[in-house]
Design a protein around this ligand. Structure first.
Ligand code: SF4
Ligand code: FES
Length: 820
């Protein structure tokens, strides 16, 4: 459709909004209520322009202008909201005339009637859409000299978000966001007219995606409590990076000031997170600024850890390792290390002559799909989705992309100015196509409330579930499920009819996607059955790895040369260990093993239980302070960029290997990010230094299973199910706002189990689970199946079934203090 905006004529596809035509033509109109990826509703009336279009007569001919002979332009009698108007052939749009400027100035004046003049103390000052638009389009004067409306200025919507009700301009972005994006309708307008305010029900904001409203609120009404009053926008240094809290590879903006992280915001990645991030990613950064961070290398002298330089520490390590055979040394990294750190660790292992190299946590099965891998865009456009696990906690962005698929609107095409501002295909109060989604899990997970079908199978029963579904698929007829035996039926966690309908839907779909979480990966048998089922129904597969770079480290071969050298075995067998960001001493049996090591080096941010035993503690950079590369769950290489944060003498594993290489007199391949990238370039034909902001998808040639089969504890029975967690439990107590919101790590159990164990809701407890000593707060929850307790995962406690030793249960705070 040919449209003329002022003096620029362009063609646009049918359905384009006029506001997008204006921006695409290089012009501007102010707007407040429209927002990328949300429905346009025409609420703020700020985007007004003068619009005209030619008309046809009854015979279908254009009515011509008598003077020019061209089709005559008929203007709408009033200024039009351009966000809710779609382009028409021959449309003419005027955004520059005096009439338009007057009306826009009037709307600014009207919007400011009740807006307080507290810009000098407002956190949004300098990045406020109203402030900018008042400056650009306002008249500079107000004719309203009565007192402004006064409302509550510090209303905590939750521990994480503070609402200043006076500043709200009622654009409705926040209300629509909850309805349309996570689908949690937890916020609404209350009262009417000038009394209208934003409010919640009594239980605050029960959603995992609340922080996004602080990004999209056009004024300073909704603010991130963790950064409130901590800096002005022009003082922050903005660093675009990739979130390393989970495997999604979400784009984030790290805002730092005076060497601290003050806040994390979402950045745009149209194919991954759009402009959304989950609350764990947004608010889980406070630990980085903690006072008790290790800021210089420490070596043990006369029983005490003493600060030294990196050179001294490296020389000390060299001397102590020189008396050992290479085979006796183990090296392990946490699975959110960058690819460059993985390459550096491999180079160090080779230089020391050891095959004991691994990353952890590492599930029993591969995190790289061996057939038809799905992208997040495949997920967002799927016509049938089967999720096994708790995706909302595991990779929250995948949860949002599934909800995109349920809305049935394909991702918008990018325009000259980026993402369309007003995508007219999106509607307020969207009707979800729930029948597309089936969710299976051993307990009631959040995504089930959006699913057409829910299957609650017995904990640890993933292999049985897939074997039963496979049997249905192989029967290849509508009655296939009816031929299942009793045991197979019990494994389904749903009716046979539902299972049959699921298989048929997946088979019939053009783009079916299976999402397999940690419960499937916890057992090789389940993973093999899940792969067989994917083949049987011809679906694409998305695997949710346990940590941000599980995929990349497996792809780069950061693993042992023999099964008996894997992480759990090296803890037992190696005489010397170099551990990066891992804390295995939380298991008292492992602690005893570590106490007997000849030499222990710990690279970490804090003096963990393992660091307390170490001969050398090296200060580690947090994930926000590193330069490197990560690979997300799609297989997409993404850049990780260092924000300027004061971490003392912290180094990442690349820096550690550089220092050790110098002490050893060797130029190791991973001695710097640049040298590690030379290896990556050769191996993957991708140059990490050249990655754009959206990264690059990589598809391995051939199969990529790890060289050796990793031994794992595949517990098939247990009384605790270790579950995925959006929150990083290992840092939770150093993230005070998230900790207050969540009440700390929760041990969830049903009322009967709570009575049996003599614990009450809210009780602080400590117990050994799968060997690891865990502290938690009891949460009595009747949705937890009887005989089972749910506990969130730690890097040292992977997802899956575990056995809790109930004789170790210590029940309340007082007892905990006495027991130490
Ligand atoms: S709180 Fe912010 S986003 Fe919500 S309606 Fe008010 S101005 Fe809009
Ligand atoms: S009416 Fe608010 S942006 Fe158009």
């Amino acid at each position: 459709m040919k449209v003329t905006v002022n003096d620029v004529s362009m063609d646009f596809p049918q359905g384009t909004s006029v506001i997008d035509a204006i921006f695409a033509a290089g012009y501007d109109v102010p707007y407040f209520c429209s927002q990328e990826y949300m429905s346009p509703i025409g609420a703020c009336r700020m985007c007004l322009a003068r619009i005209g279009a030619p008309r046809k007569d009854r015979e279908g001919n254009w009515i011509l202008d008598e003077e020019s002979g061209e089709p005559k332009i008929f203007y709408f009698p009033n200024m039009m909201a351009t966000c809710t108007t779609q382009v028409m052939e021959g449309m003419v749009v005027d955004t520059l005339s005096e009439d338009v400027k007057n009306i826009q100035g009037g709307m600014v004046e009207f919007t400011l009637i009740n807006h307080p003049l507290d810009c000098p103390v407002c956190d949004k000052g300098g990045a406020c859409e109203l402030q900018d638009r008042a400056y650009e389009y306002g008249t500079g004067l107000s004719r309203f000299d009565f007192d402004k409306r006064h409302q509550e200025k510090h209303h905590p919507l939750s521990e994480l978000i503070t609402l200043d009700r006076e500043r709200c301009i009622h654009c409705k972005r926040c209300v629509r966001y909850f309805e349309e994006v996570p689908g949690d309708s937890v916020l609404d307008f209350i009262e009417r007219g000038g009394h209208t305010y934003i409010g919640t029900l009594d239980d605050g904001l029960p959603s995992n995606f609340t922080g996004n409203i602080t990004d999209i609120c056009p004024v300073g009404a909704l603010l991130d409590t963790t950064s409130r009053f901590r800096g002005r926008n022009w003082e922050y240094q903005h660093t675009r990076s990739t979130g390393m809290d989970d495997a999604s590879g979400s784009a984030i903006m790290i805002d730092g000031r005076t060497g601290r992280i003050e806040r994390i915001k979402a950045a745009l990645h149209p194919d991954v997170n759009k402009t959304w991030i989950d609350d764990g990613t947004r608010f889980g950064h406070e630990y980085v600024n903690a006072e008790d961070r290790v800021r210089s290398p420490l070596i043990r002298r006369d029983g005490a850890l003493t600060p030294v330089t990196w050179e001294e520490a490296a020389a000390f390590i060299r001397d102590r390792l020189s008396g050992l055979s290479g085979k006796d040394i183990g090296i392990a990294l946490r699975a959110d290390a960058t690819l460059e750190e993985g390459i550096a660790a491999r180079a160090l292992a080779d230089a020391l002559g050891t095959g004991q190299l691994d990353h952890a946590p590492r599930p029993a099965a591969s995190v790289i799909p061996q057939q038809s891998p799905a992208t997040l865009t495949d997920l967002a456009t799927a016509d049938a989705i089967f999720v096994v696990g708790d995706v909302t906690e595991e990779v929250p962005i995948a949860d949002l992309r599934i909800k995109d698929a349920l809305k049935g609107v394909t991702p918008p095409a990018m325009m000259q100015h980026g993402v369309p501002i007003a995508d007219l295909r999106l509607k307020e109060h969207p009707v979800l196509q729930r029948e597309k989604l089936t969710v299976a899990a051993p307990y009631r997970v959040d995504l089930m409330k959006h699913a057409g079908r829910a299957m609650q199978y017995p904990a640890g029963g993933e292999a049985a579930l897939f074997q039963a579904l496979q049997a249905v698929a192989e029967a290849d007829d509508a009655e296939g499920g009816l031929r299942l035996d009793e045991a197979q039926r019990a494994g389904l966690g749903s009716s046979v009819e539902d299972a049959t309908a699921l298989v048929q839907r997946l088979r019939a779909a053009d783009n079916a996607v299976l999402v397999y979480g940690g419960f499937v990966l916890a057992s090789r048998e389940a993973a093999a059955a899940a792969a067989g089922f994917a083949k049987a129904v011809g679906a694409k597969v998305m695997i949710l790895g346990p940590m941000a770079n599980s995929y990349g480290l497996e792809l780069a071969g950061v693993g042992p040369s023999h099964a008996r050298y894997a992480y759990p075995d090296m803890l037992e067998g190696a005489r010397a260990l170099i551990l990066s960001n891992l804390d295995p001493a939380q298991d008292p049996d492992v602690r005893t093993q570590l106490e007997q090591k000849d030499f222990l080096v710990v690279h970490d941010l804090f003096i963990t239980e393992t660091a307390q035993l170490a001969d050398v503690v090296l200060p580690a950079k947090s994930v926000f302070e590193k330069d490197g590369t990560t690979v997300n769950l799609e297989g997409r290489f993404l850049g990780v960029h260092a924000a300027p944060i004061e971490g003392g003498e912290s180094e990442d594993f690349v820096g550690l290997v550089g220092a050790l290489g110098e002490a050893l007199g060797q130029r190791l391949e991973g001695r710097s990010v640049r040298s590690a990238r030379r290896v990556l370039r050769k191996r993957f034909e991708i140059d990490p230094a050249e990655l754009g902001p959206t990264g690059q998808l990589y598809r391995p040639k051939g199969r990529t299973t790890a060289k050796v089969t990793i031994r794992s504890s595949e517990a098939v029975d247990g009384n605790v199910l270790v579950t995925p967690s959006m929150l990083r439990i290992e840092y939770l107590h150093r993230n005070p706002h998230l900790n207050a919101l969540s009440g700390g790590p929760r041990l969830r159990m049903g009322p009967a189990d709570a009575a049996l164990n003599n614990v009450a809701d809210g009780a602080a407890v400590r117990l050994r689970v799968g060997g690891v000593v865990r502290r938690a707060t009891v949460c009595v929850d009747d949705k937890v199946p009887p005989g089972l307790m749910l506990l969130p995962t730690l890097p040292e406690q992977p997802i899956g079934l575990a056995r809790a030793d109930l004789s170790t249960l210590v029940r309340d705070e007082r007892e905990l203090e006495v027991a130490g």
